[in-house]
Write a protein that binds this ligand. Sequence first.
Ligand code: HEC
Ligand code: HEC
Length: 457
Amino acid sequence: MNGRTAILTSLVLILACGDDDDATTATDASVDAAPAVDAGPYWEPLDRPPLPAGNAPDATDEERYQGMLRFLWDPWDTEVLDQWPPAEFMLQLLEDEPEVFGEQFSEFGFIPDPNDDLPIGLKRGLMDDTRIHETCAMCHVARLPSGELWLGLPATELDIGAFRVAINERWVAAGNDPLMTDLQIAKAQQLGPGRQNAESSSYEQVVPADFPPYFGLGDRDAMNYLGTGADARTEGYFAIFAFGAGDPNDAEALVPFPPTSRTGPMVAFLESIAPPPPTPQEPGTVAMGEAIFERERCNECHHVDEPGEIGIVTYDYEGVERFPGDDPEFPNGSIATSRWHRVLIDGDESGGGAVGDEGRANLIQFIIRNRLAVRMSDGYRALDLRGVWATAPYLHNGSVPTLEALFLPPAERPASFERSGFTIDTSVAGNGNGGHDFGTGLSEDERSALIAYLRTL
Ligand code: HEC
Ligand code: HEC
């Protein structure tokens, strides 16, 4: 699935919807609507164990509980696409090279699953259990500092790029065709833990996207770092399509897109994932921090009590950052963090996100058929700050290691830092840590108070 995310986000932009602020739900009489919900129970029950996660839905909340099981266990039949070696080969690696791969691939940041011989997020197919594929949980489950498992927390230690390269190496050494091109290998080695390629596989430069936190997605309508997806269902469908289900289109797909009876409960689950409880802070400091948050006008973009108001902040290539409304040309303000995700969409002299016309037509068909809700984006969406204390590093490319560093002027932020043993060098294109200059002129006391307040969200 390397690189498909960017293709999807860029294609979404092709659907001009006239009004930048209002999302469009695609409908077109010439394309058949999705088939009606299957008869019988709304969901097909899946008989798999849950995870002992702090925010796992209760079994009495049947729909969300079933949705969680899909999120944890369902590769949506894409195991048959053979994007990974067979299960047997993978398990043999664990036996042959425990020092390299660890327990259930833990050396690459996977979290062992107490209910399986494969880790969280890498599962045998439900259709073909000799083959494996990632599930949605792979990048979207982690442990809190207390060690407690938490659904929706970004898997910040998982180095999916290094893992793919290591698996490919063993697979080729065993006499099989490579699973990756040389360019894909080179780019995968530059990701490090907690990040995935946003660009397409043939695009020359790596454009890393940090795994996002996703809590209370049902409260928000600006999904992904660009804000192009307008609800959790749309974003979830894109993710399943990116796995390869329904790809390239209904007529030619090797794996049909799953029916609503499988996807529906997972969407309900995604919409309801609870953020981790805030860490206790000294009340006086928090009150001071909240006042600074107000004074510095942070809420004009972040809307902590109304996540539904969070929108897209226009990107400014001139490097100018503005508050919403300060300049009539930038009603939502402007931002100047790393430009490379925008370049994928907007293009530059070296070309944009590299998406062919065929892919574009197929994606538009997918959007219309499934009535997905999408909008144009001219910037980056502001982050929902719930749970922000637990989701370092920060910004869409994971270029700033801590909240303390984010509220220093960009030139004073760490030029490089270690992320689970991998060095993020912010001078490399795609890793830029500039921009988001808001709140960077504070005194040391003010900064700690602001951060204490953020840790209560
Ligand atoms: C290999 C890692 C990986 C896997 C596996 C994965 N995702 Fe994601 N997901 C990401 C990244 C990275 C982003 C941010 C992409 C961007 O904004 O460009 C993301 C974004 C999202 C978002 C938007 C969240 C937000 O804050 O707006 C949703 C929803 C989502 N993924 C759902 C899923 C579902 C459903 C699956 C399974 C079909 C899945 N993901 C599998 C890495 C992954
Ligand atoms: C003009 C709108 C705007 C203002 C004002 C603003 N922000 Fe942001 N903020 C953003 C955007 C957009 C991002 C995401 C940028 C990116 O990913 O490149 C962001 C990212 C963040 C993040 C990183 C979250 C993460 O998970 O990576 C934090 C924390 C944050 N802002 C806090 C603040 C605070 C505190 C203030 C006030 C001092 C503030 N912001 C003011 C728009 C704004």
